[in-house]
Design a protein around this ligand. Structure first.
Ligand code: ZN
Length: 319
């Protein structure tokens, strides 16, 4: 495991456990995880980690921490815990949602969470059948059914499906789930890294390449304007090769000034990997020795598949 870096991937870190997202870490779990990581591993800043990996002087058992999307609890909860544990982290931000935005998946989840209804007919959102919402377990199941049903819809159809769902659920949705621009600035001022994650968080493969590129550029430019310097790293929304991004996106990013990009493919990072397909790993609520074992094992998990020029995605090609 010499000269290997394991990059961890987080999203939200709410103050309390979320009954509708049973796998989600919360403040207490995150604190425990940081303690374990500090004790058994060398938690490094992602910038330093990538530089040291390239120079061949990574410390042993090097681990870097990243967050995707830009949730407000990253500032309110995760930052406090990171500072307390003296752990650096990098936050990949989808810039359209700063200052009061809400991502489609949260519109869906919060609609299911807040509705007073006990059953939900799916006709209104263009699906068949109905869902029971009487118990917490019903609602977890409803979310697990609905997210994959709308995730890969064409982007405007996806937004319209979740907007209709919110109307059918008759709920008032929160507008404070994501960070403000000022909170991003304070993450950066606290020494944390900020990376690009597009502006509207599209599935890049669902867009014509030119639209995908302009979404990436808008996100990059918004961060540059906010922080006074271009983001060095990028993370692909959703992050699975062939499903969310393809070879052509890996080719465009260096031209846009990025130095490396991260996926959600599982495995460690080393110098031999293509810089625009660096894998990351996620651990949900695992803590203690189980976490130690899982992180240790990731130092031996090599990603198996990389983008090839002939794997142009048909969705893009056919347009
Ligand atoms: Zn994301």
């Amino acid at each position: 495991m010499r000269q290997r870096l394991v990059v961890l991937n987080y999203h939200q870190v709410p103050e309390q456990a979320d009954s509708l997202r049973p796998d989600q870490v919360d403040r207490h779990v995150f604190r425990q995880q940081l303690k374990t990581l500090k004790y058994f591993f060398n938690v490094v800043d992602l910038d330093y980690g990538v530089d040291a990996m390239r120079a061949g002087n990574l410390p042993p058992r090097a681990v870097a921490i990243t967050f995707d999307d830009g949730y407000r609890d990253n500032h309110d909860v995760a930052l406090e815990e990171l500072l307390r544990a003296q752990c650096p982290a990098t936050f990949f931000i989808a810039t359209d949602y700063l200052d009061g935005g809400r991502m489609w998946n949260d519109t869906l989840i919060e609609s299911i969470r807040l509705t007073q209804k006990n059953t939900l007919s799916l006709e209104a959102i263009g699906l068949e059948g109905s869902l029971r919402l009487a118990t917490n377990q019903d609602r977890i199941q409803a979310i697990r059914t609905l997210i994959p049903a709308v995730k890969y819809l064409e982007l405007s159809a996806r937004q319209s499906a979740v907007d209709k769902l919110a109307r059918v659920c008759e709920v008032e949705l929160p507008n404070d789930m994501m960070m403000s621009s000022l909170q991003i600035k304070s993450l950066a001022e606290a020494g944390m890294g900020i990376g690009g994650h597009t502006s509207s968080h599209p599935i890049l493969l669902k867009l014509p390449l030119a639209d995908a590129v302009s979404d990436i550029i808008r996100g990059r430019d918004a961060l540059t304007q906010l922080l006074g310097k271009e983001p060095r790293f990028f993370a692909y929304p959703n992050g699975k090769l062939g499903q969310d991004f393809s070879y052509e996106h890996t080719q465009v990013l260096p031209e846009l000034g990025f130095d490396a990009a991260f996926t959600t493919q599982w495995g460690y990072v080393n110098k031999e990997l293509p810089s625009f397909e660096l894998p990351r790993v996620g651990f949900c609520r695992t803590v203690g020795w189980k976490l130690t074992v899982k992180v240790l094992r990731s130092f031996f998990d090599s990603p198996v598949e990389f983008a090839q020029p002939d794997q142009l995605n048909t969705q893009v090609v056919l347009r």
